[in-house]
Ligand binder design. Structure first.
Ligand SMILES: Cc1cc2nc3c(=O)[nH]c(=O)nc-3n(C[C@H](O)[C@H](O)[C@H](O)COP(=O)(O)OP(=O)(O)OC[C@H]3O[C@@H](n4cnc5c(N)ncnc54)[C@H](O)[C@@H]3O)c2cc1C
Length: 410
């Protein structure tokens, strides 16, 4: 039971932070709740930044996770535009960018991550962009115009999503991926090939195994020299080469940090009054039974709920199965589980029809699934992964056999 004298301070007003505050109240947390964020906005949804907000279809307001009135109703104080500079674990307080010091009973670090930057200082120009915040999109939108040549560096989800919006908005788009294929870290070669083909047939110039050797231009990058010796004229560059977890606050406070803030399956650091959730947390996932840092909205929300439970004295381990989605052109990809260690890929449906599911198996057990334009398959796939269902690969590939019938009887 919490008392009204307690103070829960959440650092980072993103997906995870927004979930923690709501889940605290849902679990009858009686103390004061303060949500602190260094961006100028109340928590908003980030996925549209490389999708329908970038294309201009979604309004700014539609991105908000909840309204200011909803936070008032939850009795959550939102201190936006405020950065937390340091944690004093002995005195149990934090130092804010406006000079104030705020005490806490429980502190939740939900600080997310920041884009990994290109190391070359010549790329530090006003038309080279990274996509993480609304402010990033505001900065790039005026140059994101019909007929311009957009160079996307990085063939991961964010880069490919930005490329697809670029084509939709009439830009000329080139994607450069240094690895031999796009999505190399997360998808099977067959799925990478599918996405490369899908982008090329829709007008994207996808180049793999190629990197930028030099950036040319004074105020702006005007051309890039590529590793195959060719040169490209560009108007705009979007870089999507991953993120770096914001774990410096924890590190300076002497907490364990290793590719993110290390926490247990209850979202606690070794200091049981400090928890960490979301993109910044290298957490023990009870389903995967190992430490992992996951960058996805569902994971940030699940971890947020785990932290709220822990604070409210109801220790419930974090056992969520990771899942994610990506929208490119008219292709809605939904993924569940992690494919690492798979020994067989089974396709259900036809790649050419752009509606299929790819099942990653190990010893016949479903490890993960990528479903493209197959929401019904995805619902069943989630159960298959969560329940570690063993399947007959032939039956899985046979569309005349219902996917549901391959689940064990309830
Ligand atoms: C363009 C884009 C597209 C994406 N698409 C998808 C998708 O389709 N599906 C999906 O599942 N996931 C997607 N993601 C990933 C998803 O958005 C993240 O996993 C999620 O935002 C993580 O939430 P978080 O709260 O941990 O971090 P964030 O949402 O990054 O929030 C952290 C907040 O903390 C603030 N902060 C950091 N340090 C401090 C400090 N010292 N003081 C105060 N505030 C601080 C940051 O500025 C930020 O506002 C996408 C991400 C991006 C950028």
């Amino acid at each position: 039971m919490s008392s009204a004298r307690e103070i829960a301070v959440i650092v980072g007003a993103g997906h995870a932070g927004a979930e923690v505050v709501a889940a605290l109240r849902q679990n009858a947390y009686a103390g004061r709740i303060i949500l602190i964020g260094d961006e100028a906005e109340l928590p908003y949804r980030r996925p549209p930044l490389s999708k329908n907000y970038l294309s201009g279809e979604a309004s700014r307001e539609s991105l908000l996770i909840r309204s200011a009135a909803a936070y008032d109703k939850l009795e959550v104080e939102c201190w936006i535009g405020t950065q937390v500079l340091a944690i004093d674990r002995v005195k149990k307080n934090i130092l804010l960018s406006d000079g104030r010091i705020q005490a806490y009973t429980k502190l939740v670090l939900a600080t997310g991550g920041r884009p990994r930057k290109l190391p070359d200082p010549a790329a530090d120009k006003s038309n080279v962009h990274y996509i993480r915040t609304l402010a990033d999109i505001d900065r790039l939108q005026s140059g994101f115009a019909k007929g311009k040549h957009l160079l996307v560096i990085g063939g991961g989800y964010i880069g490919l999503e930005a490329a697809s919006v670029g084509i939709k908005n009439g830009l000329q788009v080139t994607v450069l991926e240094a690895a031999p294929r796009v999505l190399a870290r997360v998808a099977a070669p067959e799925i990478s090939a599918f996405y490369e083909r899908a982008h090329r047939t829709r007008g994207v110039d996808v180049r793999t195994g190629i990197s930028v050797q030099a950036f040319h231009g004074e105020q702006q990058v005007e051309a890039v020299q590529l590793s195959d010796g060719s040169e490209l004229q560009v108007d705009l560059v979007i870089v999507g080469i991953g993120i770096v977890p914001n774990d410096e606050l924890a590190r300076s406070a002497g907490l364990e940090v290793n590719n993110g803030i290390v926490v247990d399956t209850f979202a606690r650091t070794r200091d049981s009054d400090i928890l960490a959730v979301g993109d910044c947390a290298n957490h023990v996932n009870g389903f995967l039974t190992r430490l992992i840092r996951i960058e996805s909205v569902p994971s940030a929300q699940e971890q947020g709920r785990t932290a709220a439970h822990s604070i409210c004295g109801k220790d419930i381990p974090h056992v969520a199965v990771p899942w994610f989605w990506s929208d490119q052109f008219d292709l809605k990809l939904q993924m569940v589980g992690l494919s690492q260690g798979y020994d067989r890929l089974v396709l259900r449906g036809d790649l050419a029809s752009e509606s299929f599911s790819a099942f990653y198996l190990r010893n016949g057990i479903v490890l993960s699934v990528d479903a493209v334009n197959r929401p019904q398959d995805f619902m069943v796939a989630k159960r298959m992964v969560a329940e570690r269902v063993q399947v007959d690969p032939q039956a899985l590939a046979d569309e005349s056999i219902s996917l549901k019938s391959l689940l064990p009887a309830a």
